[in-house]
Each structure stands twice: as structure tokens, then as C-alpha cells.
Design a protein around this ligand. Structure first.
Ligand SMILES: [Zn+2]
Length: 311
């Protein structure tokens, strides 16, 4: 049976605490099962304007969905309904909560021991010494089509991979039905009701509601309420055994054509395209990028980058 909870079901668990940069709240939607680490974990994180969550990583793959307000992750603006996915051991941040405060869901298919901050030298060296680490992250906005006569499915273009990673946004018209994509080839599927409501097992689940569907549970039947339904469908990738990396050779491109990679989060600086948003013109050799420049995804400094290697 899929696990499902609406905000109304769980709001009594909302816990407040003071942090150095403001007030933080956490509301648990889906708790991991006792003594079963391979179980879903979903909670809502909220905070006052100016709250900062420092750059960190986790031991497991994770989705985050912005549900209210706004802010910045690294150098990326966060807006409502944006979906951020980070593979295990991929640092991201800092997350700075904006003027309108910020609320986001954290979604995992596996219980995680908690954030591991890069400012801790032990955690940083853990990252640098892990073998076969495949850091990767991306943020993408969904597309909803509320005027469709029945149902409309949009497939995310960045948040997908051959290992089962896939994300969709699906709109269902008022009182219509649609099947969500089959989670069979994933490591578990989240359904996030972000607008309207869902009828399920004799109840109505209004936005914001969260459901977790296991891979073997089949496509979830979405029955929309009178105002229709917008839902995010988020598939976790399966565990794949990493292949041994081929012996790399150093890319010997001319200055202005080389690429440089963040050793921490794998972000790539391409000299050919530069970083126009940061005032770094296309064709700028790495040596001429200002020392004050830092990684857009994890805020690492220039000294954390190495020239990218190619096979
Ligand atoms: Zn980085």
C-alpha cells in the first residue's frame, strides 16, 4: 500500500527551533519505519528570511521540492515548484532563505543519518576519498497544463537518466482520472500534490499532500477533486554497480577551450561558454577567472577545481 499524508494530517508534528540565522520548522510527512533503513522519509523544512543552511551532502539520493516562498541555493534562484535532485555524496548550498521565507520538501527513498557539512574537515575528506563517487545535481521547473480536457503529462528533460531517475509533472482535470507513470523501474516514487486535490481510499487529500509508492505497487490511479489536480511524480534511480573508470588522459586543449571541474560536486566550468551571469565572458581562460569566483552549485572556491579529464 502506498503511504500518503496531507499537511492537515501531519501539521501537529510541526516542530520549531531557533537556529543562529533565524527560526526553523520541521514537519514530518512520512517517517522511516523502525529498524528498516530502506524506507521512505519525507518532511517539510521551513525557515524565516535570512536563515542559512550551509553547504552539505547526504549519504543517499534526495529530491527537494520548493513549496513556498523563495531563496537561493548556491547561485541558483529557488521558486515555488522547482525540483532539485542530488545524488548521494553531492554537496549543494548554501541555501539562503529569501524575503518571503522558504518552505521545501525533502524526499528520500532511504533513511538518511542527516546533513554532512563541508566545513567539517572530516566530512570533506570523506568526500574526497570515496571511490566511484558520481556527484551530480540539477534543478528543474515542472510544466502544468491546467486547461487540458483530461490529463496532461510533462517529462522533465534534465532530471532523468538510464538508471531509472525520472521526473514528471501531471495535470488532471476536475473529477477526471489518470494513471501516474509506473514506478516499476525506479527505486520508489513520490507523488506530490501541489494544487487541487486527490480522492484516494475514500478520502480527499488536498495540496500539500505527499505519497510514496514502492516499485512493485504499480501505477497509482489519480482521481482528481472538483478543482482538478497538479502532481509532481518523482522517481528515484535504482542502485547500479559502478563500473571501474577507464584510465583518463589529460585534456590538452588550448586556453579558452578547456573545461574545469569542481572536485566536490562535479560542476563543470567550460572556458568556451564562460559564466556570463557572473561577469565571466565566453572564452575566459581559467587563469583569468577572478579568485573570488566560486562554484554555483556548492560554493567551493577556485582551488577546488581541476582541469577536466577525458578518456
Ligand atoms: Zn561545486
Amino acid at each position: 500500500m502506498p503511504q500518503i499524508a496531507s499537511f492537515d494530517d501531519v501539521k501537529a508534528t510541526r516542530k520549531e527551533r531557533q537556529v543562529p540565522t533565524g527560526t526553523a520548522w520541521r514537519t514530518n510527512f512520512i517517517d522511516p519505519e523502525e529498524n528498516n533503513p530502506v524506507s521512505a522519509q519525507a518532511f517539510l523544512v521551513e525557515g524565516t528570511a535570512g536563515r542559512v543552511i550551509k553547504t552539505h551532502f547526504h549519504d543517499y539520493d534526495q529530491y527537494q521540492v520548493i513549496v513556498s516562498g523563495g531563496g537561493v541555493l548556491g547561485k541558483h534562484e529557488l521558486q515555488v515548484n522547482a525540483v532539485h535532485f542530488s545524488r548521494k555524496y553531492t554537496p549543494y548550498g548554501p541555501i539562503v532563505f529569501g524575503e518571503q521565507q522558504l518552505g521545501f520538501l525533502t524526499l528520500r527513498a532511504h533513511k538518511d543519518p542527516g546533513a554532512q557539512y563541508l566545513e567539517d574537515p572530516e566530512k570533506r575528506s570523506k568526500l574526497m576519498t570515496l571511490e566511484n563517487r558520481k556527484p551530480w545535481q540539477a534543478t528543474e521547473l515542472p510544466k502544468f497544463h491546467p486547461t487540458t480536457p483530461d490529463a496532461a503529462l510533462h517529462t522533465f528533460t534534465d532530471l532523468k537518466a538510464e538508471d531509472g531517475l525520472a521526473s514528471f509533472s501531471l495535470s488532471v482535470a476536475s473529477n477526471a482520472r489518470a494513471l501516474a507513470p509506473d514506478p516499476a523501474h525506479s527505486n520508489g516514487q513520490y507523488l506530490i500534490i501541489v494544487r487541487g486535490s486527490l480522492h484516494y481510499e475514500g478520502r480527499e487529500y488536498k495540496a500539500l499532500s505527499v505519497a510514496f509508492v514502492k516499485p512493485q505497487e504499480g501505477p497509482f490511479e489519480l482521481v482528481a477533486g472538483s478543482e482538478g489536480l497538479d502532481v509532481l511524480v518523482l522517481h528515484f534511480p535504482r542502485e547500479v554497480v559502478a563500473k571501474a573508470a577507464a584510465a583518463p588522459q589529460v585534456a590538452k586543449g588550448a586556453p579558452g577551450t578547456r573545461t574545469w571541474q569542481c572536485m566536490l560536486c562535479a560542476f563543470v566550468y567550460d572556458e568556451a561558454t564562460g559564466m556570463p551571469h557572473d561577469g565571466v565572458a565566453p572564452g575566459t581562460p581559467w587563469e583569468d577567472v577572478p579568485e573570488s569566483w566560486f562554484c554555483p552549485d556548492c560554493s567551493a572556491s577556485k582551488s577546488d577545481f581541476v582541469m577536466a579529464l577525458v578518456e
